[in-house]
Design a protein around this ligand. Structure first.
Ligand code: FES
Length: 131
């Protein structure tokens, strides 16, 4: 198999990893997972929805995992941009987008997909699940 074909397969494959329990994350809080893609922040909403975003604000790279979760958004701790947890998009009038990752919950375990980053416009509805 050629190296190019291996690279193609590598991009097409998905890698799901268990990163902990929903109960490990405080309600309206976050937990950071160190991955080959860098730090990924895993958030828990008041309704126990779980979302995963790069732990970098689209403004100046602030650590979103240190922000305050409110509703379906997180407020960046540095300059208070509000980032949508489902889309990764900054709320207007700010502009920018943080990479998001598919995540699912099975029996209270959080499972994160490292190879399946979603692009802007795709939905996480199928990859996010209530605990
Ligand atoms: S770095 Fe997040 S709002 Fe500025």
């Amino acid at each position: 198999m050629s190296l190019n074909l291996l690279r193609w397969w590598g991009k097409r494959m998905t890698k799901w990893i268990e990163v902990g329990l929903v109960s490990d994350i405080p309600v309206l809080g976050a937990r950071v997972v160190q991955t080959v893609h860098g730090k990924i922040a895993v958030f828990r909403t008041e309704g126990d929805k779980i979302f995963a975003l790069d732990d970098r604000c689209p403004h100046l790279g602030g650590p979103l995992s240190n922000g305050i979760v409110h509703g379906m958004r997180v407020a960046c701790p540095l300059h208070n941009w509000s980032i949508d947890l489902d889309s990764g998009v900054a709320a207007a009038p700010d502009e920018g987008c943080t990479m998001r990752y598919p995540v699912k919950v099975e029996d209270g375990r959080i499972i994160l997909c490292l190879e399946g980053e979603l692009t802007q416009g795709e939905t996480l509805a199928e990859s996010s699940a209530a605990a």
